[in-house]
Each structure stands twice: as C-alpha cells, then as structure tokens.
Design a protein around this ligand. Structure first.
Ligand code: CMP
Length: 138
C-alpha cells in the first residue's frame, strides 16, 4: 500500500542499457511497480509533459532531448512515495547529487540526468495519467 509517484528513465539511460540497474535500485528502495512501459515521446507530447517549464530557458532543449529516443515510464508505489523517491534519485544536477543516489551513479548532466521524479502528489497523479490508463495499473 502507500501512495504513488511517477518516473521516467530518460533517453540517455535507456540508450546506455541502464533500465535494469535503475529499476533494481527503485525496487530495492521499497518501491513497487504499478505501471511500466517503454515508449517514445514526440516533440509535441514532450512539450505537453513539461508545459510547466515552457517559459524556462532550457525548455526547448529539454523537449528535444526527451523526444530524442525511447524512455521508460513508470508509476511506483510506496509509503511517502514522492518525497522518498526524490531522496533516492538525488539532486537535479548530478554534480550536487548525494553518493548512492540514482543520479549520482547514472546521470551525465543536468539535462541528461537519468530519471524524472514527480515533485508533488498532485503532479504524480497528472503525470501518471499522461501515460497510463486504468487498465495498465496493477
Ligand atoms: P526533471 O525532473 O525531468 O524536470 C525538468 C527537467 O529539466 C529536469 O529534470 C532537468 O533534466 C531539465 N533541466 C535542464 N536544464 C535545467 C536547468 N538549468 N535547471 C533545472 N532543470 C533543468
């Protein structure tokens, strides 16, 4: 039981064959996979997903990067899911990420930072629904 968060394994980490290593860290930290799929975002869909950042200077590059190759989207369940997941992945900028975090191990840069994690319960719901229907969650 518990509540949920939403994550994506980003294009670089998928390309570099780290789907298993990253998912293993999530499971070992106590998260259960509720929904999971490999897919590729079009630029339009990536732009919609990151719409909250559309005024930021990095938005255009972010949308191009996130549509540059396949990603793995997941809904994960655990008590205190959103906050505990942010602790597990570490700081957005891998140079500032703590030892043992997913981004410290797998991220290459602020943009190619291996994984996304929802920043609130409300966004976890919105982001999960962006990728998954009710028949895809277990
Ligand atoms: P994510 O958690 O997916 O949410 C927004 C993303 O924007 C973030 O991870 C980063 O990968 C990306 N990004 C690129 N440049 C920056 C920046 N200068 N500051 C914050 N986020 C950035």
């Amino acid at each position: 039981a518990g509540n949920v968060t939403f994550t994506m394994i980003k294009p670089d980490a998928v390309q570099d064959n780290h789907i298993g290593g990253i998912t293993k860290m999530m499971e070992e930290a106590g998260f259960r996979v509720v929904a999971m799929k490999k897919t590729r975002l079009t630029e339009e869909r990536a732009g919609q997903f990151y719409e909250v950042h559309k005024e930021r200077p990095f938005y255009g590059d972010l949308v191009k990067y996130m549509s540059s190759g396949p990603i793995v989207a997941m809904i994960l369940e655990k008590e205190n899911a959103v906050l505990d997941f942010r602790t597990l992945i570490g700081a957005t900028n891998p140079a500032q990420a703590e030892e043992g975090t997913i981004r410290k191990i797998y991220a290459k840069s602020v943009e190619a930072n291996a994984v996304h994690g929802s920043d609130s319960d409300e966004n976890a719901q919105i982001e999960g629904e962006f990728f998954f229907g009710a028949d895809e969650r277990f």
